[in-house]
Ligand binder design. Structure first.
Ligand code: NI
Length: 176
């Protein structure tokens, strides 16, 4: 397991346009594995390659609670987005301790390549749609703070964390 260093706001990697990933071999698979390990260790739901200083169009996402739903997107492009939107909390591992309210499409369809170069399409709703939009933005040097409706206050973040924790505990209980 190799944990890579997540670069923070102010690092120029976060503001670059990433290049397409053109080779699908061990070097890419190592990057993807490291990105997943790094995301899980940081308890994030997504990570883009520029966040570990690699300017390639590669993203990992896992919105599942038990961390079993890894999605790898290589050279992803959003090909369809719903008119219906969602408005909610968003944060970023490169901006620790901060969060904002961001409006995103409720549903997006992405076309991407897998780790072997095979093209596939994926439709995500709700949190998955939000994560896809957020991570794909990273590939073009865009951060959620560029698009947010407003920044959340530390008090709002704390209250929301507590609410999320309560919900998670309730889900756990009802699953027992
Ligand atoms: Ni991010």
């Amino acid at each position: 397991m190799a944990i890579r260093k997540i670069v923070k706001l102010g690092d120029e990697s976060l503001r670059k346009t990433c290049k397409p990933q053109e080779t699908f071999s061990l070097r890419l698979w190592t990057l993807l594995k490291d990105m997943a390990d790094t995301m899980y260790q940081a308890e994030g739901v997504g990570l883009a390659a520029p966040q570990v200083g690699i300017l390639r169009r590669c993203v990992v996402i896992d919105i599942s609670e038990d961390r079993s739903g890894l999605i790898e997107l290589i050279n992803p492009e959003i090909i369809d987005r719903s008119e219906e939107t969602q408005c909610g909390r968003e944060g970023c591992l490169s901006l620790p301790g901060r969060a904002g309210i961001v409006t995103r499409p409720m549903r997006v369809t992405v076309r991407a390549q897998d780790r072997h170069g095979k093209t596939f399409e994926l439709t995500g709703e709700g949190l998955l749609a939000r994560a896809i939009c957020h991570e794909l933005d990273h590939l073009d040097g865009v951060l959620y703070i560029d698009e947010m409706d407003r920044e959340m206050t530390p008090e709002e973040i704390e209250a929301d964390n507590q609410r999320q924790q309560r919900l998670a505990e309730e889900r756990k209980k009802s699953g027992e």
